[in-house]
Design a protein around this ligand. Structure first.
Ligand code: EPU
Length: 339
């Protein structure tokens, strides 16, 4: 489109949509773009039909095939765009695999992403979901996001504050849902190691006597994740299926009276209660409903036992949510996008 060059991207029909739940779903049309210009060339096609932008398929539950155009980014590349003594600013393509990016930053000796090691998915989705783990959230290293408005092809930039980040939330999941494709994310990494080890048992998991480095934190996080979370390649899942509910201080105290050992985290707008704990208290940890089950090591994760449909997983989700509602009078909500 730019420079007057006419580009026509291939649009596949009846194309399978990869998802880590391993649920069969097809897109009526599917296109993968490798540059901003290629994405812009799709604008007329985009305006003709419903559009779904996917990343690594690790946060999606398909209930049926998608009768529209599915887009996927193949924009790769990690470039240093600014650097000083303390930090480095990187522009990273939306289609880069998130953990490849984390591994790269650690090879370079940069810190800031190590706690987010091994999270499945791609760079573009990291900025939509505000991925988080072990006391870190990606919003803490995002400087700005470059995105293309799907209806017009216009390139826009959103500074961190304009992305309205919160726990697993951003403007791209709310007001701007479905309106933009994230083409590049700008992350600032630190050249000085600032370990974040306050979360849960991460500190106690570090091997004694070894020098503390971003690589050591990465290795520890990977070990911790592997010990608790099912490998999507082995057993279909989408990581945490639910978000942890944030309740008022009053609601928290009411529940705590009956459950003094309940784990919790005080957060800016209330108290966060681990949904995995709530589900376990309801007796659902490790239990199956047909071909879908609650994972036996982390009740926040729902798994496909093999051959489950999206409806099977949804039925389990609704059943678990109902159980939590009945026992604790609390609503828990899926983190996964249900399509
Ligand atoms: N817990 C239970 N039973 C369970 C699971 C958890 O009692 O089955 C308790 C744990 O003992 C602990 C507390 O709940 O006291 C928190 O558990 P954990 O540290 O495993 O974290 P989480 O709150 O369940 C969140 C993220 C995970 C992330 C971990 C670690 C969400 C929705 N999930 O889980 O993210 O890896 O913290 O930081 O916030 C993901 O998003 O896919 C994901 C895996």
């Amino acid at each position: 489109m730019d420079n007057g060059i006419f580009m026509k991207l291939k649009i596949s029909e009846n194309h399978p949509i990869f998802n880590t739940f391993h649920i069969e779903a097809r897109a009526a049309r599917y296109a993968e773009y490798a540059s901003v210009e290629e994405l812009q060339s799709l604008v007329p096609e985009i305006n003709r039909q419903p559009v779904l932008h996917v990343g690594g398929g690790s946060n999606l539950l398909f209930l049926h095939d998608y009768e529209g155009l599915v887009l996927h980014s193949a924009i790769r590349g990690i470039h240093v765009v600014d650097e000083d003594e303390e930090s480095v600013l990187l522009a990273v393509g939306g289609g880069v695999v998130w953990d490849d990016f984390v591994a790269y930053t650690i090879q370079q000796g940069w810190s800031g992403a190590e706690n987010l090691s091994l999270i499945p998915g791609e760079v573009g989705a990291s900025a939509v979901q505000n991925i988080g783990a072990y006391g870190a959230e990606v919003k803490d290293i995002i400087v700005k996001v470059e995105a293309v408005e799907l209806a017009t092809g216009q390139v826009c930039e959103f500074l961190n504050a304009e992305c309205h980040y919160d726990y697993r939330q951003s403007i791209f999941k709310h007001e701007l849902r479905g309106k933009y494709a994230i083409t590049h994310v700008y992350y600032r990494l630190s050249k000085q190691f600032k370990p974040q080890l306050s979360y849960g048992n991460i500190h106690s998991m570090l091997p004694a006597g070894e020098p503390l480095t971003p690589q050591l934190v990465r290795d520890t996080v990977i070990q911790l994740r592997k010990s608790k979370l099912p490998e999507p390649d082995v057993q279909g899942n989408a990581g945490s299926f639910f978000m942890n509910p944030v309740v008022s201080q009053e609601q928290f105290e009411t529940i705590q009276k009956d459950y003094p050992n309940m784990p919790f985290y005080v957060v800016p707008h209330g108290v966060k209660i681990p949904a995995g704990w709530l589900i376990e208290q309801c007796g659902w940890k490790g239990r199956a409903l047909g071909k879908a089950a609650v994972h036996d090591r982390q009740a926040l994760v729902l798994v496909n036992l093999g051959g489950a449909t999206g409806q099977d997983i949804l039925l389990l989700s609704d059943t678990v949510r109902q159980a939590v509602k009945e026992k604790f009078n609390l609503n828990i909500h899926p983190e996964v996008n249900i399509i």
